[in-house]
Design a binder for this molecule. Structure first.
Ligand SMILES: C[S@@+](CC[C@H](N)C(=O)[O-])C[C@H]1O[C@@H](n2cnc3c(N)ncnc32)[C@H](O)[C@@H]1O
Length: 340
């Protein structure tokens, strides 16, 4: 059966598979093809993947054999009524698997954990994800299977990040965004990565090599420490200047630059307005927010009128990154500050 295919070198196979699963971009009814030194991943029809991930072409795929379990739920052996409550999706961060469960399955969480540990190749620890909390957006996790620490090394976009799921924010669901924003940086841009966490935007931009300077800022000392460890492992890590600071302090003394990336979605437009003066005329602001689904269509107008007190702005694009709750989405907004 013909389908669109993402072609990647074999050594990036596992990392790419996980990123495609996290982005809900991989067709699971078709088998991945092995070609000379490359793998061809079958893509869902509407999916757009960043050029940096590999070439997209059309391939003939075979249907997957159904004898092996295609979902971890198949390993539980529960009656259908209970299986209906088990989520299909989970996240993989390095060797750690994270899953969210409805309250009705709380008592059976350890069975779910064991099933995931068996199902996900290379996993050593499964955590029940109780969401991110507090100003530092730390994740509350409970071990439900496996062993070892919450620190691990996660690969995305060809880079390996030091991560500690209890001490600093990280989400594998942003891999596409980290690559997309990095791919839009033009030669010679000066960039701020605000609320940088363990540094995935900053390091991806540094690796791509077009930015003239990158300053990465976060208030959580643990995030800064993890980022420094990751940067030290790459020759291009020295292109990133790290600052442990609150954005509120940073804006008072930092000069304007060509691009500001701001990823603090629960503050959304409020912090976007705070950091907008750091964007020079002709530059742009990439920021994230969580908004009710029905408000997305008119969000560009809201953003433009909020930022208009701070210069002439136009929204260049808004894209849905992923659903955040049953009624809200995480969106990425790119706003350009016009010259003059
Ligand atoms: C959603 S995480 C984003 C992490 C990162 N940009 C990424 O893509 O993985 C938000 C980060 O903002 C940091 N943070 C929250 N409030 C802050 C503030 N007022 N100033 C600086 N950093 C802040 C948190 O410590 C956390 O690492």
């Amino acid at each position: 059966m013909k389908a669109r295919a993402l072609l990647v070198e074999r050594r990036r196979g596992e990392e790419t598979r996980r990123a495609l699963v996290a982005a809900n971009a991989l067709r699971t009814d078709l088998a991945i093809r092995h070609e000379d030194g490359r793998l061809a991943f079958p893509l869902r029809p509407e999916v757009v993947v960043p050029a940096a991930w590999g070439d997209v072409d059309v391939r003939d795929f075979t249907l997957r054999e159904t004898s092996a379990p295609t979902e971890f739920r198949d390993l539980l052996g529960w009656p259908e009524a209970e299986l209906q409550l088990v989520p299909r999706s989970f996240d993989v961060v390095g060797e750690v698997v994270l899953v969210r469960l409805p309250a009705e399955l709380e008592a059976r969480r350890f069975e779910v954990g064991e099933a995931l540990l068996r199902f996900v190749p290379g996993s050593r620890l499964v955590g029940l994800d109780r969401g991110v909390h507090g100003p530092e957006r730390r994740r509350e996790v409970e071990r439900i299977a496996g062993s070892g620490p919450w620190s691990t090394r996660h690969r995305e976009n060809g880079l390996a990040f030091d991560v500690d799921l209890e001490r600093a924010y990280f989400s594998p669901r942003l891999a596409l965004e980290h690559a997309r924003v990095a791919s839009e940086v033009r030669v010679g841009e000066r960039v701020y990565d605000l609320c940088c966490g363990v540094g995935p935007f900053a390091l991806t931009i540094a690796r791509d090599g077009r930015a003239a300077s990158i300053v990465a800022v976060d208030a959580n000392p643990a995030a800064v420490e993890l980022m420094r460890r990751t940067l030290a492992r790459y020759p291009f890590g020295s292109r990133v200047t790290v600052r442990e600071a609150r954005v509120e302090e940073f804006v008072t003394s930092a000069p304007p630059v060509d691009r500001v990336v701001l990823n603090l979605p629960h503050e959304g437009i409020k912090y976007a307005a705070l950091v907008a003066p750091l964007v020079s005329p002709g530059g742009c602001l990439d920021y994230y927010e969580v908004v009710p689904r029905e408000e997305i269509a008119r969000r560009a107008t809201v953003v433009e009128s909020t930022l208009s007190a701070l210069g002439a702005w136009s929204v260049r694009g808004i894209r849905v990154v992923h659903p955040y709750s049953p009624s809200r989405d995480l969106i990425a907004v790119t706003a350009a500050r016009r010259e003059g």
